[in-house]
Design a binder for this molecule. Structure first.
Ligand code: CP3
Length: 341
């Protein structure tokens, strides 16, 4: 690998500056994304390896980030298991056949890896394009977050039906989560076999859960997934919205990196973790709407706070919003790359 910054930091080695990539770096804030998106549906883009590779490469070529992330979505596991998935502009993801009864859970197919072969094909094309320049991050959704889309049938503000299933039908919820966890571990191993250099698990909506429910319905499945990964030389990043609260539990699943939302002081989180777990984060993505001087000052403030810390990857606390100015994202990455400790 020509640029080892990301992998070194993920394995808690000292780096001359923090490596940078951003969640949702290949997305709608880029005018070049729309040139492709106007010709194909989102799922067509994910399922056509050449197009998935084109989109993956946009931030590599235009922003100069230190790691690429596979262009796909966390909901493709739900689709492979039998979910009737669509993405509509302005509506977001929808499963037309939500999973709400024992019969629905029963019907989900766990022997579905062949449905996800297009992801392995995309990874191979992307690695040819990257040609050893920077690492490629593969990813999947954590079982609780994927479950929430399957049960609600789409995005939700309060996760009412999902939490009702956890509380009124915990056994059914566990059957569903166990099925998703099995597919997710196999799917991530498929990505590793196809050539990704790192893995990130996204538990975007863990923040909705209480301390006890997080342990019972989310953490234990993430732990199971991480324990089942063929992860030799492949760092595993655990992301959740809620990591400011749940970081100590997340650490028990033994990831290499914990990706932290923007509520917490990153150094305090790092210092409370067992040695050898790196942190990733944690700029509030809203800072990227602000003036360039503010962007620079906020990044420098974070870097001064993290000075001397081994195992720090710069990222946002959550993904880039679609209406953040492209120029501001580019500027933030320049600020990081010019920084010297
Ligand atoms: O980070 C990257 O650039 C890689 C690609 C990626 C996408 N989704 C592309 C995408 C990744 C890593 C994801 C993960 C994902 N998908 C998460 C976890 C990360 C997070 O942000 O919390 C979640 C919760 C999803 C589910 C999902 N997919 C939603 C809620 C939406 C709609 C978003 C909205 O605001 O309408 C998507 C669609 C999606 N996934 C798009 C992209 C580029 C937009 C598709 C479009 O062009 O219409």
């Amino acid at each position: 690998m020509k640029n080892n910054l990301f992998l070194d930091a993920a394995f808690s080695k000292q780096t001359e500056r923090p490596p940078v990539w951003m969640m949702r770096q290949a997305g709608r804030f880029m005018p070049q994304y729309w040139e492709i998106k106007n010709k194909y549906s989102f799922l067509e883009m994910c399922k056509t390896p050449e197009i998935a590779a084109d989109v993956t490469m946009l931030p590599v070529d235009l922003l100069g980030i230190d790691a690429a992330i596979l262009f796909s979505d966390i909901l493709v596991t739900g689709e492979a298991m039998g979910g009737d998935l669509s993405f509509t502009q302005g509506v977001g993801p929808k499963f037309a056949n939500p999973v709400r009864t024992a019969k629905d859970v029963e019907a989900l197919n766990v022997d579905c890896l062949s449905e996800l072969q297009y992801v392995a094909d995309a990874i191979k094309v992307i690695q040819q394009r990257l040609n050893g320049s920077i690492p490629l991050i593969g990813f999947a959704g954590a079982p609780f977050t994927v479950m929430s889309y399957l049960v609600e049938g789409g995005s939700s503000k309060d996760f009412k039906l999902t939490k009702l299933m956890l509380h009124n039908q915990p056994e059914l919820a566990h059957q569903l989560l166990a099925k998703i966890a099995k597919v997710t571990a196999e799917y991530l191993n498929l990505q590793i076999a196809a050539g990704v250099n790192a893995i990130q698990v996204f538990d975007s909506w863990a923040l909705a859960l209480s301390w006890n429910d997080y342990q019972e319905f989310s953490h234990r499945y993430i732990q199971e997934i991480i324990a089942n990964l063929n992860r030799k030389d492949i760092p595993v990043i655990s992301f959740c919205k809620g990591s400011s609260v749940f970081a100590s539990i997340m650490a028990e699943a033994k990831p290499d990196v914990i990706s932290v939302d923007w509520n917490a002081d990153l150094l305090n989180i790092k210092n409370a973790l067992p040695a050898g777990i790196a942190v990733q984060g944690n700029l509030d993505p809203h800072i990227l709407y602000a003036d360039k001087a503010v962007i620079k000052a906020q990044i420098h403030k974070l870097f001064e706070r993290m000075r001397g810390t081994e195992g720090f990857i710069f990222n946002l606390g959550h993904g880039i919003m679609p209406d953040i100015p492209f120029d501001n994202v580019k500027y933030a990455i320049e600020v990081v790359k010019e920084f010297k400790y």
